[in-house]
Design a protein around this ligand. Structure first.
Ligand code: B12
Ligand code: SF4
Length: 350
């Protein structure tokens, strides 16, 4: 997919965005709710809201999260089932519970878009002063050339690529501390047309995005589903894993079939083994779970080796598997010693 982007906007464009109530100064007075709409896999939380919530909290923002994909299925499987679902769709319980000023709808896959828009519609109907932003993997790949103004009947902002920097800019804007012209990679509707505002500001370094948090998600209620016997595919839907990335982007960027212009591939930015091991320690502490699924496009072997050595040095007992390691088969569950040995010897199987 191409990455053609409109040129920088003029600063005189009219404003026509949501009637967000004037907010007191100070980020802590501002509450952000991040939501995963149905449907994603049910064995373990998708990590975008975990990353965003962890980052926002590290910036002093009051941030919470909900996985409504899991909530929907649990409701469907309960005796009260459909009634509850209908009620939840109408009132969106999470809104009453958290009372956010900004809702982040994370749409990783096409299958989550419809539910995200239905949720946005419900929120707009019942809470018209709450701002709604849309982002995530689907948006980053399929909506880069967004031109459909009707999408903004549902949401107020659509952001591209890594969410951290655009969100800081958006929150500051909603708090009246930043002009709209200084939004970052954010689509808005103005005078009935879609406009991409892209104030040039560096992304947050991967080592500074903070530790993802799963706080608030019912980790013991995720469902292990066995849809394929293949042991590697089985890892995708079976069992609970903490999802983490070793780096942002792809260190390789050489495959001819790949759109290496996309930010989540092109902008390679790694963190030190110490930072990664600190994140792993904090996540094990928070979740009580030691299994990690590294969801990098192509996990960099050098960093993995350094990480394995750091984990051994700290005597941390974690299990990990990697979405993709260039030049090797995706790795099923491996123990810490096996990670180190596999990476040191280039061994293909744990
Ligand atoms: C790991 C992975 C998988 C794994 C695990 C999936 C899971 N459920 O956890 C497996 C292999 C199972 C998988 C399956 C599929 N995947 Co997949 N997957 C990925 C991959 C490589 C990483 C995803 C990840 O965890 N990223 C880490 C998180 C933290 O990043 P993030 O979600 O992008 O979030 C950041 C930003 O997007 C942004 N952000 C996110 N949400 C929001 C919201 C707001 C409001 C804002 C402001 C910002 C924001 O901020 C976050 C932090 O910076 C991505 C490609 C990629 N590198 O992102 C593809 C990707 C998400 N997958 C994709 C697809 C299509 C699928 C499938 C539908 C494939 C299929 N046909 O079956 C299935 C769907 C599975 C499902 N229903 O759960 C596409 C989706 C885009 C699209 N074309 O629609 C991607 C982008 C790959 C691609 N280019 O094709 N996938
Ligand atoms: S390793 Fe994956 S992300 Fe990197 S260039 Fe090849 S296909 Fe693209």
């Amino acid at each position: 997919m191409g990455q053609s982007r409109p040129s920088m906007p003029s600063s005189s464009a009219p404003h026509s965005q949501p009637a967000v109530a004037a907010l007191p100064a100070g980020t802590s007075a501002f509450k952000v709710l991040s939501v995963i709409p149905p449907m994603t896999q049910l064995n373990t939380p998708y990590p975008s809201t975990a990353y965003l919530t962890g980052f926002l909290r590290s910036q002093g923002v009051d941030a919470v999260q909900e996985d409504l994909a899991l909530a929907l299925v649990l409701a469907l499987l309960s005796p009260e089932g459909l009634d509850q679902v209908r009620e939840a769709a109408e009132h969106l319980d999470a809104m009453a519970q958290h009372q956010p000023q900004l809702v982040l709808l994370s749409v990783p896959f096409p299958g989550a878009l419809y539910a995200a828009l239905r949720m946005a519609q419900t929120i707009k109907a019942h809470h018209p002063s709450v701002a709604i932003a849309l982002g995530g993997g689907f948006v980053n790949t399929e909506l880069r050339e967004l031109a459909e103004p009707r999408l903004f009947d549902f949401v107020d902002y659509v952001t591209l690529d890594a969410g951290e920097r655009p969100l800081l800019a958006l929150i500051a804007h909603l708090q009246g501390k930043r002009s709209r012209e200084r939004l970052v990679r954010t689509f808005v509707r103005e005078a009935g047309a879609v406009r991409l505002i892209q104030f040039p500001e560096a992304d947050i370094a991967f080592s500074d995005v903070g530790t993802p948090t799963w706080d608030g998600l019912p980790l013991n209620r995720y469902l292990s589903l066995l849809d394929m016997l293949n042991p590697m595919n089985r890892l995708w839907s079976d069992g609970r894993w903490n999802k983490l990335t070793v780096a942002h982007g792809c260190y390789w960027k050489k495959c001819s079939f790949c759109d290496v212009s996309l930010d989540y591939i092109s902008r390679y930015d790694a963190a030190s083994a110490e930072v990664l091991a600190d994140r792993i320690e904090a996540i094990v502490q928070e979740t009580g779970q030691t299994g990690f699924h590294f969801v990098d496009e192509a996990a960099p072997p050098k960093s993995l080796k350094a990480l394995a050595e750091e984990l051994l040095r700290r005597d941390l007992d974690v299990r990990a598997w990697f979405e993709q390691v260039k030049g090797k088969v995706p790795k099923p569950t491996v123990s810490r010693h096996r990670i180190a040995r596999a990476l040191q010897t280039g061994e293909r199987r744990p």
